[in-house]
Design a protein around this ligand. Structure first.
Ligand code: 0WD
Length: 254
C-alpha cells in the first residue's frame, strides 16, 4: 500500500504547471492520494482543468478565498461527496505588484490588508470549515518563505503576511491538536513560478543561491512536493506547529 492510499486531500493554489501546488499534487498522486483541487477564477479555470484531468479520479471545484460563500460551498461539497477529509494543502498568496518593490515603509493600508487577507487569513478561513471533516485526524500545510523571518529585499508586505501565516500555523496547531489534526508549513527556497514574476530581481536571487547555499543549488517543486507528501502522511505523525525549510540549506547561511 502506498503512503497516502485512501486519503482524501484538498489542494488549493494550482495556477499552472509551474505552481508549487502542482508539484505537490504530483507527489501526493504518486502516493495514491485522492485529490480535490480548487481554482481561483475563470481566468485560470481551463488551464487548471487540463492539468487536473491528467490525475485519475481527481475533482476540480471553484474557490476564490476572498469569497466566504465559495468557501462554504467547497466545504459543503466535501462533506457531501467525501465525508472524511484527511489533508489540506494551502499554496496561495497575493500582494499588489507595487508593494513588492521599493520600500516596505511605503505600504498602503489597502495593500497591507489585501496581502494579509489572501496570503494569511485564507488558511484560517478554510481550516475552520474543513477541520470538522477531519474525523480520522488530519494534516494541514501551507507554503511560506524566509522573508517571514528576515527582511528580504523587495519581499516587503509579503514577508509580513508570511510572518502572520507562520504564527497562524502555531495557533492552529495548538487549537486542532486535540482532534488529532497537525498543522505545519514548508518554507521553500525561491522557485520560478507565476507568483515569483512579481518579485524584483528574482534571477539575481537564484544565481546567488546556486553559488552559496550549502547544497549549491536551488530547489524545485518536486522537492517541495515530496516533503508535502511526508507531511500529509503518518510518517510525520509526531510533527506539528513546525516550519520545515526546503531551501537547500539557505536558512543556515543566508
Ligand atoms: O519562490 C516561490 N515561488 C515561493 C513561493 C517560495 C516560497 C513560498 N512560496 C509560496 C507562495 O507565497 C504561495 O504561498 O508558495 C505558494 C504558491 O506559490 P507559487 O506556486 O509560487 O505561485 P503560483 O503558481 O502563482 O500560485 C499561487 C496562486 C495564484 O496564482 P496567481 O499567480 O494567478 O495569483 O495562488 C492562487 C492563485 O491560483 N490565489 C488564489 N486562490 C484562490 N483565491 C487567490 C484567491 N483569492 N489569490 C491567489
Amino acid at each position: 500500500l502506498k503512503l497516502l492510499a485512501n486519503k482524501n486531500i484538498l489542494i488549493m493554489g494550482v495556477a499552472n504547471n509551474r505552481s508549487i501546488a502542482w508539484g505537490i499534487a504530483q507527489s501526493l498522486a504518486e502516493q495514491d492520494a485522492r485529490l480535490i483541487f480548487t481554482y481561483e477564477n475563470e481566468r485560470v479555470k481551463s488551464r487548471v482543468e487540463k492539468l487536473v484531468e491528467s490525475i485519475p479520479g481527481a475533482v476540480l471545484l471553484p474557490c476564490d478565498v476572498q469569497n466566504e460563500t465559495e468557501i462554504d460551498q467547497l466545504a459543503a461539497y466535501l462533506s457531501e461527496h467525501m465525508g472524511v477529509l484527511h489533508g489540506y494543502v494551502h499554496s496561495i498568496a497575493y500582494a499588489r505588484p507595487e508593494d513588492l518593490e521599493g520600500n516596505y515603509v511605503d505600504t498602503s493600508r489597502e495593500g497591507f490588508g489585501l496581502a494579509q487577507e489572501i496570503s494569511a487569513y485564507s488558511l484560517v478561513a478554510v481550516a475552520r470549515r474543513v477541520y470538522p471533516l477531519m474525523t480520522e485526524g488530519g494534516s494541514i500545510m501551507t507554503m511560506t518563505y524566509i522573508g517571514a523571518e528576515r527582511a528580504i529585499q523587495n519581499y516587503n508586505v509579503m514577508g509580513v503576511a508570511k510572518a502572520t501565516l507562520e504564527a497562524s500555523v502555531r495557533y492552529l496547531a495548538n487549537d486542532l491538536g486535540m482532534h488529532g489534526i497537525r498543522v505545519n508549513a514548508i518554507s521553500a527556497g525561491p522557485i520560478r513560478t507565476l507568483a515569483a514574476y512579481g518579485i524584483k530581481d528574482f534571477n539575481g536571487m537564484l544565481k546567488k543561491i546556486e553559488e552559496t547555499t550549502p547544497l549549491r543549488k536551488t530547489v524545485d517543486t518536486a522537492e517541495v512536493g515530496d516533503t508535502a507528501a511526508f507531511l500529509m502522511s503518518d510518517w510525520s505523525r509526531g510533527i506539528t506547529g513546525e516550519v520545515i525549510h526546503v531551501d537547500a540549506g539557505y536558512h543556515i547561511t543566508g
